[in-house]
Design a protein. Structure first.
Ligand code: IVH
Length: 711
């Protein structure tokens, strides 16, 4: 590039950096990943270094960027809040270069002993100045532009970890503690989960957060402390601002950085324990590598480590250049956020039929691995972020969390080739209403964020879960069929549909890895034994959405036969005790699908049997059941506190019991209210159990209905 081009590029870079840092620092809404910002910054630094005449006084390289948000009171920092030089060479070289610079500045010879460093983590949050006067927290301020920050005392007071009063005696008259406000990863996930739920409930002004740092920055700069209080903020102290009266003329100030941090911890301030004192470049390299190895396992995000010359007298000798101390440096790790291009959106079917939009990306190295797929969570998220095929997006991979697309880079200067944007995302239209794996209809119920495949047992994606549910103890109770075996059977292609379970032979089973003759024989015996079942168990085993154990029993009792259930209209289903529109609709749409009927037929064909009855719907109560109060007889007497006699009768019958008029030895229960007469006497005489209304209700109350795991 000639000088004119360089000048133009430098201008362009300054403009870009200004805009992005405004978005980042003032609006808490970063528009590009940090790594990208660093690249632009370095490009500008390089131009200005080789051509000092192109440097401008207001260049972002010459000052700390930031600002005060309207609505906050500005605080002038007694001691400027500077930032530190960032070593972006993520390899060991970064550490070696810093040590070499320090040695040179101190005029050390090669034969001199190694420099001692205090090494710590570079927390990814936002810088905070906490001012304590006589041990009492009087003010908290953000960094702002380094000279002037924002007074956020009210919000910071909501952070439980930050002491309002320091521990110890002879506390300094003024002690400004500097550190980082951040959000732990688990707290962040929980926060976003909560936000998603609020949004799903229709909350208008809520959003999910891009990353923990962003959520922390947003919370600290909330004008309403009540909102800040609901955000799970944490804090680590890492340095000092103004200090007065720490001993006479600050003579009691600890002589090293590490001792200073110990002293702050002793005063009750949170100081990260993940720190050390090391010697020379080798020590730095070792710490960088050790922390790098456990970065993913840390409970919070870091973007690097920080090296500080430990001896505070040496720090003073080294001093500052423009915006940075010469005695400290941040040494980065590979970024956890990067930009890349969205090539397409695929829809994945999960184990429970949940349909998740997944971003297909131009492969990008982020968080230590090459990522080409990232989750987009659900349709609403895609729409809210307005993510479209062809966009340049920000991908994040931190810790063990699956990679995700956190946002779109709308800046045309940053994403110059995002010429044609795809259509707004519409999951239903994209799939033509059918599951991409099995072709069954997809559905999204009111109040839910996820679309689901209704294929259930027929959808290969849901197969394992469906089989496990089918085999479960409260369903078909197939002994010997656990999750490991189901994995094996499905992965080996031996089982595609539920009926195929019953066609397994000894030969096929024994061919499986780690399958002995004995376990194979046990499984076959378990399968055989499961064939004699009840209609309720069979219904439950099918894994129809919303049909738990109790509802399955209600349906079985009411209709008495499977055919009558398969043919029942929604209106007829609604007549069943405790069946509402959601359940009725779910049953109807399940049996409306021909492949579900086919499976049911095949299961009957392999020999699954149960006893059928007339059903209570046809007014002839069954008497053979043994579960709950089925077939048991009740006699009502006296006046119950809330139930009319008819209402009580209905409840009992709905639960499968019978109500008769006179007490005999065959009577199971007498339900007695006030002014009960001879019937109660008779019951006592015969030793029949007597219930009051509360006891009756408790007896009839269905056990809580667990949700079956498949659609
Ligand atoms: S020391 C004069 N130590 O990184 C030295 N900073 O540019 C002042 N940060 O936004 C900074 N962890 O908030 C220091 N252990 C640590 C840090 C740390 C995170 C942040 C700091 C600032 C940036 C430094």
């Amino acid at each position: 590039m000639n000088l004119l081009d360089l000048d133009r590029r430098a201008d362009e870079l300054r403009e870009l950096l200004r805009r992005h840092s405004h978005n980042y620092y003032v609006l808490d809404a970063p528009s590009i990943p940090d790594a990208e910002y660093d690249r632009l910054f370095q490009e500008l630094e390089a131009i200005e270094a080789t051509h000092p005449e192109l440097r401008t006084a207001d260049s972002p390289t010459q000052r700390v960027i930031g600002g005060v948000l309207d609505g906050f009171v500005a605080v002038r920092h007694a001691v400027p809040m500077l930032s530190i030089r960032t070593e972006t060479d993520t390899e060991a070289r970064g550490a070696i270069a810093f040590d070499a610079r320090v040695r040179r500045e101190l005029g050390l010879a090669e034969t001199d002993p190694p420099v001692e460093y205090a090494v710590e983590l570079k927390f990814d949050g936002l810088a905070m100045n906490l001012r304590y006067e006589a041990g009492v927290l009087v003010q908290a301020a953000t960094r702002g532009d380094g000279e002037t920050g924002e007074d956020v005392t009210q919000n910071i007071r909501t952070i439980g970890e930050i002491p309002r009063r320091l521990r110890g005696e002879a506390l300094p008259a003024v002690l400004e503690v500097r550190g980082e406000v951040y959000i732990r990863r688990d707290d962040f996930e929980a926060l976003n989960e909560r936000q998603r739920a609020l949004i799903a409930q229709g909350a208008k002004n809520e959003k999910t957060f891009v990353n923990p740092r962003n959520a922390a920055a947003g919370a600290v700069r909330q004008l309403d402390p009540a909102i800040a209080a609901r955000r799970p903020l944490s804090f680590f102290a890492y340095g000092l601002g103004e200090v007065q009266g720490w001993g006479i003329d600050n003579s009691a100030l600890p002589p090293t950085h590490s001792a200073l941090l110990d002293a702050l911890a002793a005063m009750g301030l949170p100081v990260c324990t993940e720190r050390a004192v090391v010697q020379g470049a080798d020590g730095l390299v070792g710490f960088h590598a050790a922390v790098g190895a456990k970065r993913d396992a840390l409970p919070f995000d870091i973007d690097g480590v920080v090296y500080k010359v430990n001896d505070r007298a040496l720090q003073q000798r080294l001093g500052f250049v423009t915006r940075e101390p010469r005695w400290a440096v941040a040494h980065k790790y590979p970024a956890q956020e990067q930009m890349t291009k969205l090539l397409g959106i695929e829809i994945q079917v999960g184990r429970t039929g949940k349909l998740t939009p997944v971003a297909k990306l131009e492969p990008v190295f982020v968080g230590g691995t090459t990522v080409s797929n990232a989750t987009l969570h659900n349709e609403d998220e895609v729409r809210r972020k307005d993510v479209r095929v062809g966009d340049t997006v920000i991908v994040r991979r931190a810790g063990d969390v699956i990679p995700q697309v956190v946002g779109v880079v709308h800046d045309t200067a940053m994403a110059p080739d995002a010429v044609e944007r795809g259509e707004p995302f519409d999951l239903y239209r994209r799939l033509g209403g059918a599951c991409p794996v099995c072709g069954s209809p997809i559905a999204r119920e009111e109040g839910e964020v996820d679309w689901r495949c209704t294929g259930g047992i027929t959808c290969p994606a849901q197969r394992k879960e469906a089989i496990l549910h089918f085999a479960g103890r409260r369903a078909m109770d197939i002994e010997g069929l656990g999750d490991k075996l189901v994995d094996q059977l499905v992965d080996a292609g031996l089982i595609r549909t539920l009926p195929e379970l019953y066609t397994l032979g000894l030969a096929k089973l024994c061919a499986l890895d780690r399958m002995g003759d004995k376990s194979a024989a046990n499984l076959l015996a378990g399968l055989e034994a499961s064939k004699r079942t009840t209609l309720a168990r069979f219904l439950f085993a099918l894994g129809i959405r919303h049909i738990g154990e109790t509802t399955a029993k209600d349906l079985a009792r009411h209709f008495g036969s499977l055919d009558r259930i398969v043919e029942a209209t929604e209106a007829q289903l609604l007549e069943v005790n405790d069946v509402g529109p959601v359940v009725a609709h779910s049953v109807r749409s399940f049996f409306d699908q021909p492949h579900h009927r086919e499976i049911v037929e095949q299961l009957r064909a392999v020999g699954i049997v149960w006893e059928e009855t007339e059903g209570t719907a046809s007014a002839a109560p069954e008497t053979s059941g043994t579960e709950g109060v089925t077939g048991q007889t009740f006699v009502l007497t006296g006046t119950l506190p809330t139930l009319t006699r008819d209402a009580a009768k209905e409840l009992i019958e709905a639960a499968g019991g019978k109500v008769t008029g006179s007490v005999s030895k065959k009577t199971n229960y007498v339900v007695a209210g006030s002014e009960a007469g001879s019937k109660l006497d008779k019951a006592n005489e015969l030793g029949v159990t007597v219930l009051d209304e509360a006891a009756l209700k408790a007896l009839l109350a269905p056990a809580p209905d667990p949700e079956p795991p498949v659609a």
